[in-house]
Unconditional design. Structure first.
Length: 449
């Protein structure tokens, strides 16, 4: 690869003009021989002066470093390239060789860390993910001119924005336009309002209807519990009966579950359900899922985290607000790295219960500031109740089954509110008129799981 470095420098010194384009591919640190990095830096400085790099001008920029080159300043005259126009190809080869060296070096550092008994496994996973994601970021860094951005804007004006991945709720799609790559979407609610149902429905829809691979990182429920909900609304069999099993299930319901199992088997969802996952664990799982999907000719379409405040922080010594902020920033960074939407459920403070209408607002997000700032979209789930007298005459709150989807923050459009119905026995949120008739509640005092 040293020959590629010499060819690249020779191309620059013998007339290749678009030096800034090369600088977006390689840096001085990418050269295996340090003196090649010095020469490349000197070429950039000459070009920045408005001049075309040549051996004499580069020698002047090198100053005393020219004396440390192999064979001294005459080394510059020895750098040649038969076809200067191939400079971009040589730049890519130099960069690729640099990445391989960095991966090798990172592997050696990981082996050393793994042999250190004072380094815990979570820290080790975090280091590995940070090093490798750092390499990925270098590949995608670079500047975009306003002319390039303007061309993209005009193209969208002519042909429309590429549609985001739609959700299972058409009324919500009208507000959001779908879920877009690089977005962090936070779904906040009080316990029992339907956060996990929302996440499961969204993940299943993305995998089944859109054919996208999904990573579902669940820190509250096991993969079995989530799949039970998927079975309930796919087979249209009540969740309580699936959990009880045995004689609770009729032959018709068993047949329905057998048919649903064939559908669920082909649904590309991967679960990561350890209750002690760190951000590094989730990132590692997401990258592994992305690579596996790529090998199979698929695309990773969605990452779901249920829920954000349960993610184990990297540093237990910092404040809780700092911990949650670090996690939310990490999830936003992951969304941009993988170019997929990341949906994170979040717990709300108890403040909504003390408000006259009980409606949640952005400040109700637990450890709110950073979550609100990092999120491209914040959706609250607010379950509606009514007062009624039970069989014994006691007044109690009864769930109406209606859940408001409140889009409190939307960087790509207006805020707004849409209504869905929660069918808890079937683990499903559906818009009115879009659920099977047998899902309609027949007993207003029936408990909802």
């Amino acid at each position: 690869m040293i020959d590629d470095e010499r060819e690249l420098l020779g191309a620059i010194l013998h007339g290749y003009r678009d030096v800034p384009a090369l600088a977006r591919t390689v840096t001085a640190d990418d050269f295996d021989q340090p003196w090649h990095g010095w020469i490349f830096d000197a070429c950039l400085k000459v070009h920045a002066d408005g001049l075309r790099p040549d051996p004499i001008l580069v020698k002047d920029k090198l100053g005393s470093l020219a004396l440390r080159l192999p064979d001294g300043p005459t080394y510059l005259a020895m750098l040649d390239c038969q076809v200067p126009a191939q400079a971009p190809q040589y730049a890519r080869l130099v960069r690729q060789a640099s990445v391989r060296r960095q991966i090798r070096d990172a592997g050696q550092r990981l082996v050393q860390s793994a042999e250190d008994p004072d380094v815990d496994p979570d820290t080790l996973v975090g280091r590995a993910t940070d090093w490798l994601s750092g390499l990925n970021q270098r590949e995608t860094t670079g500047r975009t001119s306003i002319w390039d951005a303007l061309a993209q804007v005009l193209d969208v004006a002519d042909h429309g924005e590429k549609a985001g991945m739609s959700t299972p709720w058409p009324a919500l799609n009208d507000l959001l336009g779908g879920l877009y790559p690089g977005q962090l979407i936070t779904v906040g609610a009080r316990p029992g309002a339907g956060k996990s149902i929302f996440c499961e429905n969204l993940a299943t829809d993305a995998a089944r209807r859109h054919g996208r691979r999904v990573l579902y990182a669940s820190l509250e429920m096991t993969a079995k519990e989530i799949t039970q909900r998927t079975m309930a609304h796919t087979a249209q069999v009540q969740l309580t009966k699936i959990r009880m099993g045995g004689q609770a299930l009729s032959m018709i319901e068993r047949d329905a579950m057998d048919r649903a199992a064939q559908v669920i088997t082909s649904t590309p969802i991967d679960f990561s359900d350890s209750p002690h996952q760190t951000l590094a664990d989730i990132r590692a799982s997401a990258w592994e899922c992305h690579q596996e999907a790529t090998r199979q000719g698929q695309a990773l379409g969605l990452v779901v985290v249920d829920y954000l405040q349960l993610v184990t922080p990297r540093d237990q010594r910092i404040t809780r607000q700092q911990q949650v902020g670090e996690i939310s920033r990490g999830l936003k960074k992951l969304a941009r790295e993988l170019e997929v939407p990341v949906v994170a459920a979040a717990q709300l403070n108890r403040a909504p219960t003390g408000r006259s209408n009980g409606m949640p607002v952005l400040s109700d997000l637990r450890e709110a500031g950073d979550i609100e700032q990092d999120s491209d979209c914040v959706i609250f789930l607010h379950e509606l109740f009514t007062e009624d007298r039970g069989p014994g005459g006691d007044v109690r709150l009864i769930a109406t089954g209606e859940v408001l989807l409140i889009v409190a923050k939307n960087r790509q459009g207006p805020p707004g509110t849409r209504s869905v119905h929660k069918y808890g026995h079937y683990g499903r949120l559906a818009e009115p008129g879009r659920a099977p008739a047998q899902w309609q509640p027949h007993n207003r005092y029936e408990e909802t799981p």
